[in-house]
Write a new protein. Structure first.
Length: 119
């Protein structure tokens, strides 16, 4: 009998878990997990999905699109208005790299604080 898998959590390595969790909390409105601390922070969604951020000593952020330190992960978000979403993320501290997808109306690449990849 085949088992059904349900995604329960995504965890990203980073230099500062609370800082990166705060960025994504402001961007998504997800709740900060009450046991978040300097070593591991998390955001929770009502349906149970958990996004974690764990401290890694000597963390090296990706150098995207170059690959000297490859992209470790990226997050895709659905938005109602891509221009408004991009403006909000830039206001929250994201950066917009020069290299962008071929179809900018379908997606934009951004670098969130501490240069973790967000898309």
């Amino acid at each position: 009998m085949r088992s059904t898998l349900t995604l329960a959590a995504i965890t990203l390595d980073c230099a500062d878990p609370l800082e990166l969790a705060a960025f994504y909390q402001r961007a998504t409105g997800l709740a900060l997990h009450p046991k978040s601390d300097d070593e591991f922070a998390g955001l929770t969604r009502e349906d149970g999905l958990f996004i974690g951020f764990q401290r890694v000593s000597d963390y090296q952020p990706p150098r995207w699109p170059e690959q000297s330190v490859p992209q470790q992960a990226h997050l895709d978000f659905t938005v109602d208005d891509i221009n408004a979403a991009e403006a909000m993320l830039l206001e929250l501290g994201a950066a917009k790299p020069e290299h962008q997808p071929e179809l900018p109306e379908r997606g934009r690449a951004g670098l969130c604080p501490k240069r973790s990849i967000a898309k």
